[in-house]
Unconditional design. Sequence first.
Lengths: 266, 395
Amino acid sequence: MKILSLVKYVPESTAAIKVKADGSAIDPAGVKFVMTPFCEFAVEAALQFKEKNAAANAEITAMTLGPAAAVDVLRTAFAMGADHGVHLSDPLFEGLDDLGVARVLAAAMKDQKFDVIFAGKHAIDYDRGQVGPALAELLGLPHVGAVTSIEWGADFKTATARRRIEGAEEVVEVQLPCLFSIDKGYVEPRYPSLPGLMKAKKKPVDAKNAAALGLSAAELSGDNWTTKMDGFTPPPPRPPGRKLEGEPEQMAKELVRILREEEKLI
Amino acid sequence: MTAQAPAAVITPDTFDFYNVRSLLTEDERQIQDAVARFVDEKVIPVIGHAFDEHRFPKELIPEIASLGLLGCNIEGYDCAGLNHVSYGLICQELERGDSGVRSFVSVQGSLCMYPILTYGNEEQRQRWLPGMARGELIGCFGLTEPDGGSDPGTMKTHAVKKGGDWVINGAKMWITNGTIADVAIVWAMTDDGVRGFLVEKDMAGYTSRDILRKMSLRASITSELFFDNVRVPEANLLPNVRGLKGPLGCLTQARYGITWGGIGAAIACFREALEWAKVRVVFKRPLSHTQTIQRRLADMSRRITTAQLLSLQLGRMKDEGRMHHAQVLMAKWNNVRIALDIARDARDILGAAGISIETHSIRHMLNLESVITYEGTETIHELIVGSQLCGTQAF
Ligand SMILES: Cc1cc2nc3c(=O)[nH]c(=O)nc-3n(C[C@H](O)[C@H](O)[C@H](O)COP(=O)(O)OP(=O)(O)OC[C@H]3O[C@@H](n4cnc5c(N)ncnc54)[C@H](O)[C@@H]3O)c2cc1C
């Protein structure tokens, strides 16, 4: 069976994010980039499928769309145990919206079919969670989102997935091939082993640009975007706090006055 | 005057003031980051509690093993085959979490796998090393005895040849991992000087028990081993070394890692003190706005920086095969000393909060009391460096 894990290269969750002076994008200088934690779930889900179902003879491909440096997340996937890596990279891909990204991914799967595709529920950079469902739609595959467990049918033709919904759990049966977006709670991602990290550097990566995927500049141009990023602004700095001083009674009175008259909260 | 582009603004990193990291290779940096992540996510959240409960967090062993940390600087036998600088960085990151966790890895790799690799035969290597790398087999190293660890040449534990076997009698004390070990590397006196034996957990007459109620290295197992006519087959004798240079060779490996470990513990305490000093308001201003606190923090940074440079140069020399054991001792002496002093000072800056198990400095401080004693005390290290300089042993 052919298994695909989609992985995205994003700023680390604790990174201090700075916006470029012209507001066009995030300034990547000095920011550490990592694989989105939800994509780690997607890789781990694939690895566990392979390990637990030897009969399925699974081969795992990790695929990322991103800048040259994004090859790092493929190396992480290799170090965790992925067999192949595909890197979709082209200046024409810069700034693509989610549907655009899904279209490029779909183009990459034209002559490579997968039985199961794992994606993270969402990437921790823009938190939109659209690429998984959009890709399933473009490929005409069933999609189950925010999955927290999967049971495989005996012949790997079907699967039963569970997902958390408000106050309950939904059980969904799907036919393979299909796409799962994985939520926290299904698997605990393993740490890449140190020898794995070293070996991963030597593993070949299948790099593809727009031309190799048969995508023209016109197809990828802003005219075909369904959404467009207008600009970035950092959140406004937090206004400084105010400290009241004096006797407790006085301070309490002053606090009530401020809440009532200045902040109008009570 | 020719116009020059303005120089880039350089801001030293708070925890790597001399940018020692720039002297590492990309591989080494990646290894450090991978282990740092493990320590942040898996060790630090549980270690205070484990220390409090006087419990070694054994549940960490499978991940420590699958990361490839056990015997990581051994080539072959399912080991990671990393260089010595990488091994050092691993020790540094682990000890940033806790000296007990680093001790586990040091003992397994440097004190147990190293002698099997270096002094053992091929059969012994095949039998033990892959399982030890996978963390399925645990080792311990028995050199110290109840009567004085600094002078192992006077050990009482002895082995005599009877028929084809060796019979061992004696006791070892303060042995890390003792009660969880599948194999003990036991050093015993014979007619032929000190020899090393692989004593297996189930051998008749071999027993062990934990040393309880320690005030230091509480998240680590420390045990006593007893040998009452333990029959060990000849096949379990380490054939390729005789004399004290056997155990001392192992200690050089482990001490090398400890030099890096000290940096990790020191950084953890420095970080905690610095963060505290910035937010703790006393006399209407943060502690960090006072001269004496700034001097103390600056001094911590200075000491950490010198320790980082010392260990890195030591590691490069080790990787090039031109490291002398006295150089290791100087670095262990320096780096553990600065770590202990920094931990005590950080604890003081934290005030009363610094005696709570919720803070890290006191745990590191207590742990470092072991680290400055084991694998040779600070005094013994000074005396060996002294003897190297003066040409006479004075102890
Ligand atoms: C937590 C922990 C774990 C340990 N794990 C292991 C292990 O796994 N395997 C193992 O074999 N051992 C282990 N040890 C033992 C450790 O290596 C010894 O404790 C150490 O070598 C010191 O020996 P000692 O305790 O007998 O002290 P002693 O040798 O009795 O020394 C006592 C004091 O006298 C000083 N001193 C000694 N000789 C001289 C001299 N000639 N001149 C001046 N001063 C001197 C010392 O510096 C020290 O201050 C461990 C110890 C601890 C605390």
